[in-house]
Design a protein around this ligand. Structure first.
Ligand code: RB5
Length: 158
């Protein structure tokens, strides 16, 4: 996809990789807004996840990128927000499937887990892969039902 608006954020552990990613995005057809952090001083990753997810929820941004040490905290925090489908990816196949199958709107990565070259490879796949739709639509609808508190919580034979 071309010309996407991306919301970007990290905690202190992800700061350097975020800077690297921002440079990469700025040299592409996409644009990004950096929601911080702006130094390696200790920061609370749920705060940054809240900024980036709100930006995506508002519709002003097409997708978000969140980076912390492992990517785990950011993905957990991001997925607490309605309509957010954050995917923690450590290799390209997951990034491709996160878009194709899950229509993920946030990419989470761990700066202590992957190097900068792999991070850009994952990012480029995430940004260039469209949602496949079809049978995946029904499963996304069921996730919406979970969010709304409408999901069946026991197997039907109970
Ligand atoms: C910070 O030390 C680290 O806990 C954080 O970046 C992240 O990995 C949490 O999930």
């Amino acid at each position: 996809m071309w010309g996407m608006k991306i919301a970007l954020g990290s905690d202190h552990a992800g700061f350097r990789l975020k800077e690297h990613i921002r440079d990469h995005v700025e040299s592409s057809s996409h644009t990004c807004k950096d929601f911080g952090v702006f130094s390696e001083a200790s920061a609370d990753y749920p705060d940054i996840a809240a900024f980036v997810t709100a930006a995506v929820q508002s519709g002003e941004y097409d997708c978000g990128i969140l980076i912390c040490g492992t990517g785990i905290g950011m993905s957990i925090a991001a997925n607490k927000n309605t309509g957010i489908r954050a995917a923690l990816c450590g290799q390209g196949y997951s990034a491709k499937c996160a878009r194709e199958h899950n229509d993920a709107n946030i990419l989470a990565m761990g700066s202590r887990v992957i190097g900068p070259g792999l991070a850009l490879e994952i990012l480029d796949l995430f940004l260039s892969t469209p949602f496949a739709g079809g049978r995946h639509e029904n499963w996304l609808h069921k996730i919406q039902e979970l969010e709304a508190g409408n999901a069946r919580t026991r197997p039907s034979q109970d």
